[in-house]
Design a protein around this ligand. Structure first.
Ligand SMILES: Cc1ncc(COP(=O)(O)O)c(C=O)c1O
Length: 497
């Protein structure tokens, strides 16, 4: 039997009515924790609901709800009102559960472990880690979320709910919501020269899922693939997770320099490229390199995975059309995303696959996460077809061009002799080149400690780079934050030069 005073001690400190969890849940959690940790032993009597309510200064109903939950889950037994006792029949393994803070919790060998495969997958660096919660100078790949047409998006969403379109609530097509696939095909044809039928468009949960699917559908473990170096860590991670052997390929002023490595390795089955705007260097792949790459793929019986992640943002000159549009042999798998052009949490992107692969991609996608939210797809389809998307892109292109200009002027004033920052025709970041032989990772660490987030180029490279640099995202920041961030960065660099 546990004394009432002991139970009181176990449920203290006071429940917090301002906490996000309701009061009954807080009480339930504390009692459950006390039971699982053995502090409230089997057979211990809980105070009556009235006593507990008085003691804690909360409504009796709240206590009853907590007790009922514990009864339902088998932690306590008896009748509410005539005595509630900690269950005598609690299984031993529950009592030994690894509760945070309990001695032994987290001790190797006591808590369940992932499989060897799970552990090796979890060790692969991924692009979503660490998660940046708010925009700050100079976080990478963040669109101007403050300038997104939120009210319009909310209105479109509300209209779908109001119209009670019950088919949107049912299971969806793993390849995507048909009107959205049609809208994407039409958009890509006019804006990127992509040639496809809507059935070739597979809607995915952002590019990352597209990369994962492409790696698993097109390649076997231990197959070889070329990847740009420096290049996108999200792609690197997806291929490594699929057991693919990655061959880093240097990037020159014409894009991925595959001729420099061709013929030196075993058979290469796929090339991953960002030809519109190489990530991270911002180079546009030349037309002759594009044609040579297509020619290589035809002869080598290989695939090209074209990641066109931010081609909407071109500030000077006209963009070259997508590689996919000049591929006559169906060797190119095209990948795009709405993360940069709308907002990342939408988690909508698309693959355009050759006709012969539609079925395989759709089935594998269905096995991985079914399909994307149909409601979001429907709203996005409307956003595209009603012309809102084109307007939004135009607005953002102008805003980002202005923000880049603000960054460059501030950099000219503050960063001279510390970082060399030049303009970029497109994209969402600039590169600050480091000339004084310092390690970009060291500088990025110091900058972060001073509240300025930068991404060292070397963190995207598998081999030492000729020149170190910092990637500096500017699109999410207003003019004041850009100037302030540049000033802070200059102070940090100046102090450590
Ligand atoms: C090269 C590249 N591809 C794709 C993406 C977008 O990823 P997702 O659509 O998964 O948000 C990014 C984002 O940073 C990127 O840099």
């Amino acid at each position: 039997m546990t004394a009432f005073s002991e139970v009181k001690r176990l449920v203290s400190p006071r429940l917090d009515s301002d906490a996000p969890a309701p009061l009954y849940r807080q009480l339930y959690d504390r009692l459950r924790r006390a039971i699982l940790s053995g502090n409230l032993g089997p057979g211990s009597k809980l105070p009556s609901t009235r006593e507990m309510a008085l003691e804690l200064g909360i409504a009796r109903n709240t206590v009853m709800t907590a007790y009922e939950q514990l009864l339902t889950e088998g932690y306590v037994e008896g009748e509410l009102g005539s005595g509630t006792y900690v269950s005598k029949a609690l299984p031993e393994h529950l009592l030994n559960a690894c509760l945070p803070g309990r001695p032994g919790a987290g001790t190797p060998g006591r808590c369940p472990k992932p499989s060897l495969r799970g552990a090796s997958l979890a060790a692969i660096p991924n692009p979503f880690n660490p998660v940046q919660k708010t925009a700050c100078p100079f976080c990478l790949g963040w669109p101007a979320l403050d300038a997104f047409a939120l009210e319009l998006w909310a209105r479109l969403t509300a209209r779908y709910w109001r119209n009670k379109l019950s088919h949107l609530l049912a299971y969806g097509d793993p390849a995507g919501y048909w009107p959205l696939r049609e809208a994407i095909a039409a958009y890509l044809a006019t804006s990127r020269g992509v040639q496809c039928h809507p059935s070739q468009v597979i809607v995915v949960s952002g590019s990352q899922q597209g990369l994962d699917l492409a790696a698993r559908v097109l390649l076997d473990p231990r197959d070889s693939a070329w990847i740009e170096d420096p290049g996108y860590n999200g792609a690197r991670g997806a291929f490594l997770a699929a057991g693919v052997r990655l061959i880093p390929v240097p990037v020159d002023e014409e894009g991925m320099n595959f001729p420099s490595v061709a013929g030196k390795q075993p058979k290469v089955r796929l090339a991953y490229v960002t030809p519109a705007h190489q990530y991270p260097l911002g180079i546009t792949m030349s037309m002759s390199r594009r044609l040579a790459l297509l020619d290589w793929a035809n002869h080598a019986d290989a695939w090209i995975l074209e990641d066109d992640y931010d081609s909407e943002y071109r500030y000077a000159g006209r963009p070259l059309a997508a590689l996919q549009g000049i591929d006559s042999q169906e060797r190119v798998i095209y990948l795009g995303t709405f993360s940069k052009v709308l907002f990342p949490s939408l988690r909508l992107g698309y693959l355009v696959v050759p006709r012969s692969l539609i079925d395989a991609f759709t089935r594998v996608r269905a096995l991985s996460d079914g399909y994307s939210s149909t409601l979001s797809q429907a709203v996005l389809a409307e956003f595209l077809t009603a012309g809102h998307f084109a307007r939004h892109v135009r607005r953002m292109r102008q805003l980002y061009a202005e923000r880049q200009e603000v960054f460059l002027r501030a950099a000219q004033r503050e960063l001279r002799g510390l970082l060399e920052v030049g303009p970029c025709d497109g994209g969402m970041h600039l590169i600050g080149w480091i000339d004084h032989g310092m390690d970009d990772r060291v500088i990025a660490r110091r900058a972060r400690a001073g509240g300025v987030v930068t991404t060292p180029l070397s963190s995207l490279a598998s081999r030492p780079l000729k020149r170190a640099g910092l990637m500096l995202g500017y699109t999410a920041l207003d003019s004041r934050s850009i100037r302030d961030g540049v000033r802070r960065l200059a102070a940090i660099l100046g102090n450590h030069g």
